[in-house]
Design a protein around this ligand. Structure first.
Ligand code: DHE
Length: 563
């Protein structure tokens, strides 16, 4: 059974008004009482489970605004004031426990009843404002474990580094490096809390991993065994890092974006020594001040010494020129809210980023430093990095799936190749929508050597969808996709909690696709590997050490932005 949706709650509130409740005149109730220990628990759970979508200050982004003016019921028990819905403890408990049709997941199998009660009361209190994080704080947290001159001068192992997979072990706060050729775990390293993504240095030697707690870990793969050579904290809540990839700047700089404080930091690429912090607080595209504009995706240009920094709440895309860090030049491009994830088009000139609350994708022309287009898509686009291929009818396209719509949108992208001139009329339009069995897609993927497009559906509420992936044939995109039941193929016994099949990732040569089967923290998870040509199961990695695998980053494909 699911909770009433926000629409149903709104309808109930409107009905109360209709029977004459003069809610506009009611005074706000005091926040429900909480002990100091309960507040501490609420703070911890809010950071770990809620802040990502609702924001640290609870102003809302992917998730709803959760400030007390909205969460607290009025003193007389009514729930409506000046058109603003108010909730109160019992309703909040239901929403947290059962989720909403608006996309909020149910927490009744993650939090205990007591924790749900604490959270329902906690979000009626004034939001806590965490401390700022300065360059001095970064310096104090910086650990240069092995200086550059004490590291190997050449690769000291026989592993084919290009086909290593860096695998996020989400709930154990670890990163597994798996040899893609032998499928053996090479090493598991401690990283930050609920580690989020990994990126590669331009040289392919270093792996950078960022935890949700803002900890960046620098791993050197040239030692006999992968070794952590430096760590640093960038703030208290983070999601993104990337390196300097332009010719002449390889491995020189690292940039990291934080959710809290809202800022980005520039570090030395091979030591993580902090160099500069730039705040992203400021005006939204609507001209309003926002105190928490979080840094979402960051990518490194290969055609200029520049990073593309996407600021979620303001809808501003920053092109940060790193050729002179002391006199930093930034181009600010207005797009739409709320910017989240994205990837390059096939030419690597245009960056395509999801503005998820606007149901749009922004295409940035990094050559001219201007917005090329804002493209309407289905509800809540979520591309991961997207997927590039040549459509039989419309030429080069970039694909995105959606969290809120049952479709994969194919957007025609511009190309300088004379042979592609005939597709120009279609550029920056959705030229086809591939039907998915439901909403809840997170990632799509293809490879230049592949004839397939893979799409997952991990956030779909139906078990059979969430535990499967769908494979479209690029030769005939009108054909129903092949459904692969990843949970069944893993051979593991069914568990109470869903095991979400998430994040398809290709091997370096594009012949295999690796899928994470993301189970509960105490359940056995797996990585299930398919042959891309035959779609036959090739291998299942079920080592008990593989705790909650999610993102997988093939070294070569990540290093070269191949997707
Ligand atoms: Fe992610 C990428 C933010 C939840 C797995 N995620 C990103 C990026 C951002 C982001 C900003 C882009 C980074 C870049 O390219 O520089 N993710 C967020 C959130 O704010 C959110 C919604 C909630 C939260 O509290 O963190 C969130 N993400 C998740 C998950 O629950 C996922 C599915 C599992 C996990 O490991 O936590 C998840 N996110 C990923 C992955 C990528 C990612 C695997 C990288 C995709 C790629 O192919 O590059």
């Amino acid at each position: 059974m699911r909770t009433p949706t926000l629409h149903q709650l709104a309808a109930a509130a409107a009905a109360l008004l209709a029977i004459g409740v003069q809610a506009q005149q009611s005074a706000p109730a005091a926040a429900p009482a909480m002990t100091a220990a309960e507040i501490e628990t609420g703070k911890k759970i809010y950071f770990e489970r809620c802040a990502g979508c609702h924001g640290v200050l609870r102003k809302g982004a992917t998730g709803k605004n959760l400030e007390p003016h909205w969460t607290k019921k009025l003193a007389d028990g009514s729930v409506q004031e000046g058109g603003t819905l108010k909730l109160g403890t019992p309703r909040l408990e239901k929403i947290i426990g059962l989720g909403t049709e608006g996309g909020m997941v149910n927490y009744d199998d993650i939090l205990t009843k007591e924790e749900i009660d604490i959270m329902a009361r906690y979000i009626q209190q004034k939001p806590d404002v965490p401390p700022e994080f300065s360059l001095k704080d970064m310096e104090a947290s910086w650990k240069l474990i092995i200086p550059v001159d004490q590291r190997p001068k050449s690769q000291q192992n026989k592993i084919n580094l290009k086909n290593v997979f860096a695998v996020t072990l989400r709930d154990s706060g670890e990163l597994a490096l798996i040899d893609g050729d032998t499928k053996l775990i090479w090493k598991i390293l401690k990283t930050g809390y609920a580690v989020h993504i990994s990126r590669l240095s331009a040289s392919g030697r270093y792996v950078y991993t960022v935890g949700r707690d803002g900890l960046v870990t620098l791993i050197d793969m040239w030692f006999a065994e992968p070794t952590t050579v430096a760590t640093i904290r960038m703030g208290s809540d983070a999601r993104s890092v990337d390196t300097s990839k332009f010719k002449g700047y390889e491995d020189k700089y690292l940039i990291g974006g934080t959710y809290w404080p809202p800022q980005y930091s520039i570090m030395e690429g091979d030591t993580l020594k902090p160099l500069k912090i730039v705040s992203t607080r400021g005006m939204t595209v609507d001209g309003e001040y926002h105190p928490e504009p979080r840094v979402a995706s960051i990518v490194s240009s290969q055609i200029k010494p520049e990073w593309v920094v996407n600021v979620k709440e303001t809808g501003q895309i920053l092109l940060v020129d790193y050729s002179d860090i002391k006199n930093l030049k930034t181009t600010t491009i207005e797009s739409a809210k709320f910017l989240h994830d994205g990837g390059w088009d096939a030419s690597k000139r245009y960056f395509m980023v999801a503005a998820n609350a606007s149901h749009k994708v922004a295409a940035v022309d990094t050559k001219t430093g201007k917005l090329a287009a804002l493209i309407d898509t289905a509800k809540i686009p979520h591309p991961g990095r997207g997927a590039n291929f040549k459509h039989p009818q419309f030429g080069p396209v970039w694909a995105t799936g959606h969290l809120g719509g049952a479709a994969v949108s194919l957007i025609s992208t511009a190309s300088d190749k004379p042979a592609d001139a005939k597709y120009k009329q279609h550029n920056w339009k959705v030229v086809q929508e591939l039907k998915m069995p439901g909403a809840g897609n997170l990632f799509v993927k293809t490879h230049p050597k592949s004839k397939n497009l893979w799409a997952d559906l991990p956030m779909n509420p139906e078990r059979e969808n969430a535990e499967s992936v769908y494979v479209y044939s690029l030769a005939d995109l009108n054909k129903t996709p092949v459904k692969l039941d990843v949970a069944k193929d893993s051979g593991l016994p069914q568990t109470k909690a869903l095991r979400r099949a998430v994040h398809p990732e290709y091997s370096q040569d594009g012949t295999e696709v690796w899928i994470s089967l993301w189970g509960g923290k105490t359940d056995q998870s797996a990585i299930v590997i398919y042959d891309d040509k035959t779609l036959k199961l090739k291998k299942v990695i079920t080592d008990p050490k593989m705790v909650t695998p999610t993102g997988k980053f093939n070294v070569w494909n990540t290093q070269h932005d191949i997707y």
